[in-house]
Design a binder for this molecule. Structure first.
Ligand SMILES: [Zn+2]
Length: 226
């Protein structure tokens, strides 16, 4: 009896164990098929700050600067990139599929008053499903990122999709990006002009596979030497 009581007390006193992986989800999902954006469309540029130190955490959280989405979403983004060329722009991608453990690290590092900018790991992020993308426009003639009125991961009201304080050029570019993405089945996150979710995100499970574990295209066959 004493022993049972002691173990009950112990169970109550101990903190809940840290969540070790994505939450279990009921239902059936499509098999993940993460496609690398720059393989599908080499004109898409990458600016993966989570692979460097110049992100809001101040340390790299990815070992490799790569960007993936589930294949139908990735193909849609490639179409957006090609369509924007007629306006003189291409797409520059900050992030796509994000392993669940990285979402957890973001949540743990973000103060409560800024948590609307990060996903709760208890529910997971649509990035974890390979169905969200963070991106901006770049000028095709210079290769430089376009001025959109706020920086990526700027945790301020200027990041809101409804922000109206920018110049006409900045607001027009946001509208151009949003319209092009919406026509391909994405919708903008109201708090972040750069974040878009693919319409079929519910079809895919939460994933926690590191980027460096994802497949690479087969290398070109070595040239035979006589
Ligand atoms: Zn995002």
């Amino acid at each position: 009896m004493t022993c049972l009581l002691a173990s009950l007390v112990l169970a109550v006193a101990l903190p809940a164990p840290a969540q070790a992986g994505p939450p279990a989800e009921a239902g059936t999902f499509r098999a993940p098929d993460l496609a690398e954006l720059t393989v599908l469309e080499p004109g898409i540029r990458l600016d993966v700050r989570y692979a460097r130190s110049d992100n809001f955490l101040g340390v790299p959280v990815y070992r490799e600067a790569r960007a993936f989405l589930q294949r139908p979403a990735a193909e849609a983004v490639a179409r957006v990139h090609r369509k924007l060329a007629e306006k003189g722009y291409g797409l520059m991608v900050f992030d796509g599929y994000r392993p669940w453990a990285v979402t957890k690290a973001f949540w743990d590092a973000t103060p409560d008053e800024k948590k609307l900018f990060v996903a709760n790991p208890a529910r997971g992020s649509r990035h974890n499903r390979g169905c969200s993308i963070d991106l901006t426009l770049y000028h095709l003639d210079t290769g430089k990122a376009a001025d959109m009125g706020s920086g990526y991961d700027e945790f301020s009201t200027r990041s809101y999709a409804t922000w109206e304080g920018g110049t006409k050029e900045q607001l027009d570019r946001r509208e151009l990006l949003r319209g092009a993405m919406e026509r391909e089945g994405f919708f903008v996150y109201p708090w972040e002009w750069w974040h878009f979710d693919f319409k079929d995100w519910r079809d895919y499970p939460l994933l926690d596979v590191p980027l460096e574990k994802l497949g690479r295209p087969a290398a070109a066959p070595a040239t035979k030497t006589p």
